[in-house]
Each structure stands twice: as C-alpha cells, then as structure tokens.
Design a protein around this ligand. Structure first.
Ligand code: CA
Length: 709
C-alpha cells in the first residue's frame, strides 16, 4: 500500500511537471509569473521566479538532481561575458528556460538558460556622472518578473518594465527627486500586482522611503517614508508623527537617511510587506540628532500593509545608530518550532553582528545572539528588545574608537540562505572593525559622503606593526547557524571578507562563491568541502539553481566590486588580489565548457613623477583625498582593483592633466565627475601631491620587503 501511494504520488508529480512543461513551452508569454504561480512555487522547483526564489526569501531550492554524492562531477555548462567591469551583485531569475539578470550600470540581459545564448539585452543608459551618488559601486542586485514583464531599478532612480519576450520598454517612471542623491541598486519584488522598490543614499543626505507601483501601468500606488521630514509641515502618516518625537535638532536638513536599499520580503498569508532600513544621516549623532533620541525608523525592520503601505509594526535593532549598522540585509521568512510552538518568524543577520528571530505577525523579538565577534554590545535585552551597548562604542572621546563590526557589516547584502531540511541558516560573514571618531566642524558636502565621522583618522596607519595587527584581525567566513538554538553549527574560514551570497539545496548542498576567486560546494549538514571550480575573479553575488528539460543547472554571476574593494584599500587585499572579470557562470553535471586561458598579467611598476610638495601640502592633500576620493579610489590611495589605482596613474604626470580630470571632468562619462563645486585648484594640487607621496611610500616599502627576501 505504502509503495503504491509512493508510486501514485510520483505519477502525479510527473503529470504536473508534464503539464507545466507544456504550459511553459506552449505559452506565448515568457515570465508569466502571477500570484497563484508564486503561491505554488514549490510545485515548480525548476524555476527561480523571485529574488529569494519564493516569497519566503530562503534562497533554498528543493532540487536534488545534483547532490552531495555526485557534485564532484559538476562542470561548466556555459558562460557569458559581460561588457562592464564594475561590481556584479545580481541574483538571476530563471523562468521557463529563460534567465533574466542585471549587471553593473543597471543593464538587463535575457539568456537561454540551457545554452547561454543571448535573447535580448537592455541598456537604460545610466549617465556615468550619476556614479558619484553611489556609495558602493554602480551595482544592481537583480530583476523581478510579473505577467510577462521584467522590472528593475536603475542607478539613477528609474523603475522600468520590459517585455520579457523582446526586452522592449513597456513603461518607465522616475521614483526619485532627480535633484537629490538617490540611487537604486536593490532588486524589486512584485506581489498582488504591485512592484515594490526602495533606494539608497543615506550617506548623501536623502530621506528614505519605499514605493509601490502598479505593475501594469507604472502608476504610483503608495509611498511609505521611513524617517520624518520638517515637523513644522504636515506629516504624511501617523507613523511619521510618532517617529518625529524620536529625533532632535534639525535632522531633516541633512535628509534623515533610513533608506530601504536592499531588504524586502512579503508574506502573502499575513499580507505584510517587510522592509529593512539603513542608517541615519550623519552616522555620528552629533550632527544628525544632537540631543539624542532613537531616530525612528532608522536601522529597523518595519512591517507595512501591502495594499495601502500603512505602518503595522517595527522593530529597531539599533536605536540612535552611530556605526552605519543598516538593517538592509536580506530577511528570511520561515515557520520554526520554538519551545514546542510553531512560530511564523522573520530571520535577519544584519550588519551589527546579531542574528535576530522575530515573530513576523507582531514584530515581537523571539531571540537574538551574536553570529560572530562583536564589541559594540554584550547582548540584547529580551525585555525591551534594545541592545546592551558597550560603554566605549559611542566614540564620545577625542581618540578614534575601534568598533567591531564596522560599516562593512558583519554581513551585508550578500544573500544568506536557509534550508528547511537542515534547519540551518548559511551566512557569509565579514570580520572587520572601523576606527570611529566624530568629525570636527562637519559641513554637508555635495560630492562626498556625509558621514560625520573623521575619515582621515580612520585611514590605514603606515607603521608596519600597527598595519599588520589591523590586517591580521580582518577575516571572513561562511557560518552555518542554528536559528532556534542561536548557535554556530559549522564554519568555513575565508582569508578575508566580502565572499559571495549563499544557495542551499535539497541535495544537501551549500554553494558559495569566494572573494578569492572560486565557486564552491559544501555538504549542508556538516560543512565538508565537496567541490570547487576556479571563477578567475572574485564572486560576490548569490547563486541560483534551476532545471531545463529535466537537467539541473547551478548559476552564479561573477565579477569583483562593491564597497569593499572600492573603499577599504589594502584591507581588500586580505580576500585575495583577484582579476576583475564580469561573467555569468553556469554549471551542470558533466558539463563540457571551459573558461578561456588567461594571459599572465605583468605587475604594474610605480613611477611617480618628481614633486616639490611641502609636508603641509601633503597633509592637506591627505585630508582632501580621504574626504572626497577614498570612497571610490580606496583608503589612503590604495585601490582594491576595480577603479584605477591613482598611485600608478599616468594622470599624475602633470598638475594640468590631473586638474583636467578632477576639475575639468574629462572622464565624467566613466563616472569621474568634475569636483569643481567642492574643490579649489590648490586642493586638487595637494591631492596630487599626496598621491605622489603615497606612491613613493609604497615604492619604498616594496623595495624594503623585497630586500628582506
Ligand atoms: Ca548605510
């Protein structure tokens, strides 16, 4: 009887699959995703129809044709090279045999998911100049699909709908005030015919919000602001009136922040949309909210009614944040059995290093424990839900205070995964701190970050011993975390931070790309390493898996970039000095493709021009560089390999050439705007002097290192 039932179930599944394949093949509408299809997404495990595969955002696949027994036979099936060389962060969608994804500069691609053949591509022509408004590279994390259309946000704030069949534009709407420094890098979600999109820019003086647009027409349905504006004007919602009581000073003149730059999740049963919000502007409360206050709804998870955008509940992880501890990391929805009760939970491992389990119906805190080393707090008070902060964490003194984690976050946007089979969450963890000190005499800037912290004091010291101890403390790891017990089950150490997003599968596998240039598989239950393939470049994005004609594929977008190699300078070399190649990599069992053989790269030679700069010039140049240049060209003039390293640049050769770029805007189309609004000719001369000084310093330390050998 049991055997018969099993057979009957299999037959039914086969029949359903046959119907589905027929529908897919016979359908004239590609990407025909709708509410009923999303609700039964587990009945078509061969597709990956939303960012986290289903509305639960688990980045888990029920596919098991590739498993812990045969994964050693996983080989490259095909690859597709991209035409950009900036950060690649997108999680692709795969629907009925077609793969849809975004690349850097918000470009969209549709490929045959079995062969990699290009079906169409769409370039929204983001102006290069807009890159100055992006804190963290010109990245994009992906598309959404609904009713035959593909939706994505652009770096310059547009939301665009494309015909999934042809890539032709259906509608486009500007979601931001074009005079403000907003960017969109996150993937939209679609539910109940509404396209949900947020934006970033909290470091650049914007006010955070999330919007819902009609998927069919692009018409705005509602908008929820996350922080209050000028309280002398009417509030947009009762939630804003409540939030305004938690601020002080004239926060709105700096925008307020609290941006929804990544995390979105929707629960169709509760009809709640969850959003994660970021830091306030500035990081330091001294200029943001000088008399204190919790600063709602920064660094929070907020639940909204999807139909109206009305506030339902919030949980603030970092009241009055001062460390850029965004709560924008992906949120995972699951049903967990805790203390004998099945709870509908929301799980998040935000930047601050604690793993939170919330009751997603009420926002009540169920548990929170650190998933890696933190020194800013000792615990979370279960009565109040507030962190028990370490006394020194709020850097009130004159000396910089090293707080762990720093703005990179113990975990950032890289998707974590949750496997309902192992009951474990898999988190790509960064271990790094930051030397925080409030900036003296802060003034809002138009072409630089408004952090309110002293980025000169935070720069890497050049004393070899101090530098070594800092670099030794910076690490990365893949952590398997039991969310019920709130403890680590296994961990894989990485040389440095910024490793890839994670996929777990019913094949008892966990897939992750690494910052040092591999794509790897581990046994999900034990962490045993089972497979690795060279990616030839750093991998940050989240992998997916799907089937075409019954064959299972695993795909990951490769390519180095994002804030880590852009801003952290020498720290980023901890993860491995990789080439920067942007491409889609797709694997299957016994795949026959091979990556091209790469020619050796000759190490560049430092040839700084002569300089007669005084110590004072160099010091002024350092301060100017750190404030205006370091977030893209790297801390203390060391680039992480995505944007040109100025120490090696031929642009250094004369003051005139250097100035034609920095003030004249010669390279604005590549994203290097003119800084004439912020910097004088003397400022720019001093920056050049500082970079020449740093090039000579690097040359000397390289010579010393090689003579020691
Ligand atoms: Ca932030």
């Amino acid at each position: 009887m049991k055997g018969f039932l099993h057979f009957a179930t299999l037959a039914l599944v086969a029949l359903l699959l046959a119907i589905r394949e027929k529908t897919a093949a016979g359908s004239s509408t590609p990407a025909a995703v709708n509410a009923s299809r999303m609700a039964s997404a587990d009945q078509e495990p061969g597709n990956w129809m939303s960012y986290g595969r289903t509305y639960s955002e688990q980045h888990f696949s029920p596919l098991n044709l590739i498993d812990d027994q045969n994964v050693s036979r996983l080989k490259l099936a095909w690859y597709y090279d991209l035409d950009t060389h900036r950060g690649q962060e997108a999680t692709p969608l795969v629907i009925d045999g077609v793969m849809y994804f975004t690349s850097a500069w918000s470009k969209v691609f549709a490929l045959n998911a079995a062969t990699g053949k290009l079906l169409w591509a769409y370039d929204p022509q983001v102006p290069g100049e807009w890159a100055i408004n992006a804190c963290c590279d010109v990245v994009n994390r992906g598309v959404a699909a609904w009713d035959g259309n593909i939706f994505f946000g652009t770096l310059d704030g547009r939301l665009i709908a494309l015909d999934a069949a042809t890539g032709k534009k259906i509608w486009q709407t500007l979601t931001i005030d074009g005079n403000s420094r907003y960017t969109i890098t996150g993937a939209p979600r679609v539910a109940q015919g509404k396209v949900i999109i947020g934006n970033g820019g909290a470091e650049f003086g914007v006010r955070g919000y999330v919007s819902a647009y009609d998927a069919a027409t692009g018409k705005l349905i509602w908008r929820f602001y996350t922080v209050p504006a000028d309280p002398s004007k009417p509030f947009e919602s009762p939630a804003m009136a409540k939030a305004a009581k938690t601020w002080s000073g004239k926060w709105w003149t700096l925008g307020g922040g609290g941006t929804v730059w990544n995390a979105l999740a929707y629960d169709p049963d509760l009809d709640l949309l969850y959003i994660g919000t970021g830091n306030g502007t500035t990081w330091s409360e001294k200029y943001r909210s000088p008399e204190g206050g919790d600063n709602l709804f920064t660094c929070s998870i907020v639940a909204l009614k999807l139909s109206t955008g009305e506030y339902v509940w919030h949980y603030q992880q970092n009241p009055d944040d001062e460390w850029d501890f965004d709560s924008d990391e992906d949120m995972i929805l699951a049903d967990l059995k805790i203390d004998g009760r099945t709870r509908k939970v929301l799980m998040q491992a935000p930047k601050n290093g604690f793993f939170y389990v919330l009751d997603r119906a009420t926002g009540g805190l169920i548990s929170a424990k650190p998933y890696t080393f933190v020194n800013w707090a000792t615990d979370i008070d279960m009565k109040t839900g507030r962190p028990i902060e370490a006394a020194a964490a709020r850097y009130a003194g004159a000396d910089p205070q090293v707080v762990v984690p720093g703005p990179l976050g113990a975990h950032s946007w890289h998707p974590m995964s949750y496997s309902p089979l192992t009951g474990l969450a898999y988190i790509p963890v960064n271990d790094s701190g930051f030397a925080y000190k409030a900036e003296e005499n802060f003034e809002a800037r138009n072409l630089a970050g408004n952090f309110g912290v002293d980025v000169v004091a935070a720069g890497m010291p050049q004393d070899p011993k101090v530098k070594k101890s800092i670099l030794d403390s910076i690490k990365g790891k893949l952590v398997a975390w039991d969310p019920i017990q709130q403890k680590q089950v296994w961990a894989i150490d990485r040389p440095g931070p910024w490793n890839g997003g994670v996929l777990s599968t019913a094949g008892n596998l966990v897939f992750e790309g690494t910052a040092s240039g591999n794509f790897e598989a581990y046994r999900a239950s034990t962490g045993e390493k089972l497979w690795s393939a060279p990616a030839q470049t750093g991998v940050m994005a989240g992998p997916v898996t799907y089937t075409v004609n019954g064959e299972q594929y695993v795909a990951v977008l490769a390519g180095w970039g994002g804030v880590f190699p852009l801003a952290t300078g020498e720290v980023s070399f901890k993860s491995g000095r990789v080439r920067n190649i942007s491409r889609m990599l797709v694997y299957k069992l016994n795949g026959k493709a091979a990556l091209p053989v790469l020619p050796e790269i000759e190490a560049p030679v430092l040839r700084p021009p002569a300089s007669t700069a005084t110590t004072e010039d160099i010091k002024h140049g350092e301060a100017t560089y750190q404030r205006f240049c370091s977030t893209c060209h790297g801390d203390v003039a060391v680039s992480g390999g995505v944007i040109p390293d100025l120490r090696y640049s031929s642009a250094l050769s004369t003051d005139q050439l250097f100035s034609s770029i920095v003030l004249g805007g010669l390279l604005r189309k590549e994203g290097m705007v003119s800084f004439a609004r912020e910097l004088s000719a003397d400022d720019v001369k001093s920056v050049r002097s500082y970079v020449i000084f740093r090039a000579n310093q690097s040359k000397e330390s390289a010579t010393q290192a090689s003579s020691k050998k």
